[in-house]
Design a protein around this ligand. Structure first.
Ligand code: ADP
Ligand code: MG
Length: 600
């Protein structure tokens, strides 16, 4: 059953705490033995006192009881000592493991392909991280603090009672079997329901974090009531799904209680009858009463634990589902670590599809010489961003190859590939940290002077000086305290600090006003010198000076050449240029006559 597999998997994930885990297990075995030995000793002492068994009561002296009494005291002391050890270390172990597991998950998730992150809400990823690792910590704690000892008692010590008195022992065994069947039935009844409940939990996390990420929209579109209503509706669905599960388990717990009372009374009655018929001593009866009470306590504990495990399991399962998602982009065994690229980029019949059905780009081929400046144009959705995403291995192509300096990029280790490629994304993607920290993402340990130069080149220096704390100003989640254009300039400065031989600018200047863009353009022109640069832009100025323009349409490169060549061809680009650039750039009459000439 998947629940047991999950249980074993969580327990197996002890990592560096394996030794502590082994020690705790040993202590648990000792505790189980002690818990069993105490009633046995108790029964034996009673037998001595009442003259049961083989000896007669008159022969009993205190010194003849002493070994039994001392053994009892020794087990008692051991229970206290081992109990303290277990409580202390089980707690520490579970906390350590929880945080380690969380960090492992975090690292793993950050390495997962962008396709995963586009299809999985960050709210859900976070919820799975927190709840999954909490669930695991709870499992480790429970296992090492109580349940391992309980399991030992039930699986190993219970059958041993058959040797003490098989009739009474058999009654206990029957009882445990009934308990187990009961629990299994409830588990089976509620298994699917709990999966649904967990689905609602995840939906809740997604909804909440989605709304929290869009507060301005919610407020301005007066959606507060609607969003809250949607959340409430998920909550009532969750409750509706959770209630029957809880009822089943309440039933299980009542049945457990009833069975416990029944057992103790039936052990006592059977014991009395057996004693009167000469099949059991008083000591046997007392012993079995104690063992039964102890075992029932353990059983209740285990049933309660299985119940909780069952409620937590879907959280852990989700955790493992994400943890088991293999990063599709990873280093090949003999991937090379290149220091600095020259910057020759070659796409060789590259095709890629996000969903495996519709091609986002198809048969894209081109070669770019080191230091060239390439512009990618085409209507939105034509595959420009996808093409450049493939270059820095945000994903790998399904067919074809991309080579840098003649080496297939899949044979270059990821770290060195990405160190050599600077990307300014369409969305600025800033951290809710200080400006300094955001810039240092580009170059760890960059000095203030280096940052100042980069900011100046990115036309960002003056607005940063306006910030109250300068470089130390914290810019809010995703840089919300800055304007769109300021965010873009900051993200350009970040890429400049990286000083990569290959630079990708994906609509990096789309949020800038014409005047700022023109100023920035001069800076970018300078920045582009000496490195291979790919620019996606919709403005003429950016494209005019490109060494090469690739025209995308429906995921294919349909034309390529310099601005003048393409305009002279009078085909798709000329059309696009006229429609897209000329209309928005009336201040550039220089190109107008030529275009008109080419277009007519
Ligand atoms: P462009 O940058 O030229 O506007 P893209 O490369 O972003 O175009 O998109 C190319 C195609 O791939 C579009 O049809 C788009 O809908 C699709 N696409 C882009 N990103 C994803 C994604 N993460 N998952 C699925 N489809 C995507
Ligand atoms: Mg794009």
């Amino acid at each position: 059953m998947w629940l047991i597999r999950l249980y074993i998997r969580v327990l197996g994930q002890l990592g560096s705490d394996l030794k502590v885990g082994a020690l705790l297990s040993l202590a648990n075995i000792g505790l189980a033995v002690a818990a069993f030995a105490e009633p046995v000793l108790f029964g034996r002492i009673i037998d001595r006192l009442t003259g049961g068994g083989s000896q007669s009561a008159t022969a009993v002296t205190f010194s003849s009881l002493l070994p039994l009494l001392l053994a009892w005291v020794a087990f008692g002391l051991f229970t206290i000592g081992a109990g303290v050890l277990v409580a202390l270390h089980a707690d520490r172990l579970s906390h350590r493991r929880r945080l380690t597991t969380m960090a492992t998950y975090f690292e793993h998730v950050l390495e997962l392909p962008l396709a995963f992150h586009t299809s999985t809400h960050s709210g859900r990823v976070l919820k799975v991280m927190l709840e999954g690792s909490n669930g695991m910590a709870w499992l480790w704690l429970g296992f090492f603090r109580d349940h391992f000892a309980a399991i030992i008692s039930l699986t190993i010590l219970l059958p041993l009672t058959l040797f003490l008195n098989w009739r009474l022992g058999a009654l206990l065994v029957v009882l445990v079997v009934v308990f187990t069947i009961l629990t299994a039935v409830v588990l089976r009844k509620t298994e699917e329901m709990q999966g649904t409940v967990e689905g609602f939990h995840s939906r809740l996390a997604e909804q909440a974090s989605d709304a929290l990420g869009n507060v301005p929209v919610i407020q301005s579109f007066t959606r507060v009531a609607a969003e809250t209503g949607a959340l409430r509706s998920t909550i009532s669905q969750l409750l509706a799904a959770q209630t029957p599960v809880l009822s089943w388990w309440a039933l299980a717990s009542i049945a457990t209680r009833a069975a416990a009372t029944l057992t103790v009374t039936s052990i006592f009655m059977l014991g009395t009858w057996l004693h009167l018929s000469g099949y059991a001593t008083v000591g046997d009866v007392v012993m079995f009463m104690s063992i039964a009470t102890m075992l029932i306590g353990r059983l209740e504990q285990v049933v309660g634990f299985v119940n909780q495990l069952f409620l937590q399991a879907p959280k852990m399962r989700e955790f493992y589902e994400i943890l088991d998602t293999a990063p599709s982009v990873h280093d090949r065994p003999h991937a090379q670590n290149l220091d600095r690229f020259e910057g020759r980029v070659e796409f060789d019949n590259v095709s890629f599809s996000y969903d495996g059905k519709r091609a986002a780009i198809a048969d894209v081929s081109f070669t770019i010489e080191p230091g060239q400046n390439v512009a990618l144009v085409g209507s939105t959705g034509s595959g420009k961003s996808t093409t450049l995403g493939l270059l820095h291995r945000a994903f790998d192509p399904q067919s074809g190859a991309i080579r840098i300096d003649g080496i297939d990029i899949r044979d270059i280790c990821l770290a060195s590939l990405r160190r050599n490629i600077g990307v300014v994304f369409q969305e600025p993607m800033l951290f809710a940290r200080s400006i300094r920290e955001n810039l240092q993402v580009g170059r760890p340990g960059a000095t203030d002077e280096e940052m100042r130069v980069a900011l100046e080149r990115a036309q960002a220096i003056e607005f940063i000086q306006r910030q109250s704390d300068g470089l130390d100003s914290v810019i809010g989640e995703r840089g919300r305290s800055l304007s769109g254009g300021e965010r873009q300039r900051l993200s350009i400065a970040r890429a400049l600090l990286k000083n990569p031989p290959v630079l990708i600018l994906d609509e990096a200047t789309s949020a800038l006003d014409a005047a700022t863009e023109k100023k920035l353009q001069a800076a970018l022109d300078e920045v582009m010198r000496g490195r291979t640069t790919f620019v996606i832009a919709h403005r003429l100025a950016t494209i005019r000076n490109a060494d090469r323009i690739l025209v995308f349409d429906g995921g294919r490169v349909i034309e390529s050449g310099t601005f003048d060549e393409l305009v002279a061809r009078g085909e798709r680009f000329a059309e696009l240029a006229r429609a897209q650039f000329m209309a928005t750039e009336p201040e550039r009459p220089a190109q107008q006559p030529m275009l008109t000439a080419a277009g007519t």
